[in-house]
Structure formats: structure tokens, C-alpha cells
Design a binder for this molecule. Sequence first.
Ligand SMILES: [Zn+2]
Ligand SMILES: [Zn+2]
Length: 98
Amino acid sequence: MFPKHKRIIDKKMIQACRKRRCEYCGAVTNIEPHHINTRGSGGGDIKENLIQLCTQCHINAHSGVLSKEECLEVVAMREGISIDAVYTINRKAMGYDV
Ligand SMILES: [Zn+2]
Ligand SMILES: [Zn+2]
């Protein structure tokens, strides 16, 4: 007998599936990805640099009402790492010597 179907729980996958909501305010409509460090400034397409935001939070993020630090905090909580680690990963991705 084969063992019962093993439950493979990939936390990251589950989180990815759940991400269709604003990671800042929890809204479920008009969700779009935002690059915390803009592509123009060298920000990468890495999960540590991406946050799903609703239109309003997205506007706030671009106008500075929602600060980069707040976004990075959300990412740090989501990834279960420190804000420092998020900073470091992003700086590395941007080609800095950290
Ligand atoms: Zn929002
Ligand atoms: Zn954006």
C-alpha cells in the first residue's frame, strides 16, 4: 500500500496564491504589483522588491504617502525575514556591494 497522498505544503506557493489582495490595506479589488525600488533605479523583479497593492495604496506608494520603509516592512513580514535582510537582498539585486 502506498502511503496516503503526502501533503506538500509549500508556504511560498500558498502565499503567492493568496496575494491577490492589497498587502497593505487588504483590499481585494484592483490589485497591481508595485516595485518598491523602481525599475528605473535598478530595482529587480524579485519578491523582496515586489508588493501587491490596490490602486489607492499604489498611488500612495508613488506619491510617498505610503513610504518605501512601510512597504519593505510588509515584505519583511511576508517573507519572515528582518527589514535589514530585505534591504540587503534588494541592494544586492541592484548591484550594490551591500
Ligand atoms: Zn491597499
Ligand atoms: Zn508602482
